[in-house]
Design a protein around this ligand. Structure first.
Ligand SMILES: [Zn+2]
Length: 297
């Protein structure tokens, strides 16, 4: 399949990303810096004019400007699945993603289950889509699963399968005093609009003695494998993490890493426990940020 055919299929969607994305980040979501964004790419893998910047102080990658929360809601309900279908040249929708999620869930269960200190009775899957991953783990553990997701159509599938569902974005969700023994954030963190705030809520939702699992697309690994940052940049990912930035975010939000893995497709997964809130090693983080930018350019 040639690039021209892919470009024509994407153009046929008529989505004007450049005309919509206008929200500029006032401060880096990790370190709070306001002046250190380094522009390193101006197109994403679909060809959209997406400006990718890296914070020179901490190395967090992000799109700026980007879509607002309302624009992202429209993007996910109308554009996202047709766009990835056009890009990959095959149908990708709520039905087909369940097949991929089953494979993902099997791999996650094999990795995660031996690492749990005790059998969780409750599982929360944040951004859990149709509930495939939550149900596979819940079945292995004989636990009760809850799925939090913004898509009503995908939640309906989870509800039919007997899971508790909560509609909405995690950024808007107030768990109150409620927590879960196992909290999952699978293939979701790069899609969030507030990574640091969400991880802080995730920690509150993780029961004392419980575990959280979070995975990132490690953009540094992807860059080294493909040689081009444009392959990693896509408008559905407002944020781009590396191992150093992920570790810094866990430290800032009170998580301790218990175990980690990297999969063939460049997803780096972390098993986390509640720990003390701390400060990352800022000079080391700045040095790894400079190295990351140098690798891109
Ligand atoms: Zn920063």
């Amino acid at each position: 399949m040639t690039q021209t055919i892919i470009n024509e299929r994407i153009a046929a969607l008529g989505y004007d990303y450049g005309g919509q994305a206008a929200l500029r980040s006032a401060a880096c979501n990790l370190c709070g810096a306001r002046e250190h964004a380094i522009e390193v790419a101006e197109r994403d893998r679909y060809g959209y004019p997406a400006t990718f910047v890296v914070c020179g102080r901490c190395g967090l990658g992000y799109l700026s400007p980007r879509l607002s929360a309302t624009q992202y809601a429209h993007f996910y309900s109308e554009i996202y699945r047709p766009l990835v279908s056009a890009y990959h040249g095959r149908r990708i929708d709520a039905e087909t993603v369940q097949v991929e999620q089953r494979d993902y869930a099997a791999g996650l269960a094999a990795f995660l289950l031996p690492l749990l200190p005790s059998s969780p009775r409750t599982i929360l899957d944040v951004g859990g889509s149709t509930g495939v991953v939550a149900s596979v783990l819940a079945e292995h553990l004989n636990a009760r699963a809850t799925v939090l997701d913004p898509s009503p159509a995908e939640l309906a599938v989870a509800r039919t399968a007997g899971m508790e569902t909560i509609a909405g974005l995690v950024e808007d969700f107030d768990p109150g005093e409620r927590n879960w023994d196992l909290v999952l954030l699978c293939q979701t963190i790069d899609h969030l609009l507030d990574v640091r705030g969400t991880l802080a809520v995730l920690r509150r939702m993780t029961a004392p003695g419980g575990r959280a699992f979070v995975d990132i697309v490690d953009v540094d690994v992807l860059l080294r494998r493909t040689g081009r940052i444009q392959r990693a940049v896509k408008i559905d990912h407002p944020y781009y993490l590396t191992r150093p930035t992920a570790v810094a975010l866990f430290t800032l939000t009170g998580f301790t890493i218990v175990a980690e893995r990297i999969t063939d497709d460049g997803h780096r997964g972390f098993v986390l426990a509640r720990g003390p809130v701390g400060e990352p090693n800022w000079p080391a983080l700045q040095a790894s940020a400079a190295q990351f930018v140098a690798n891109i350019i």
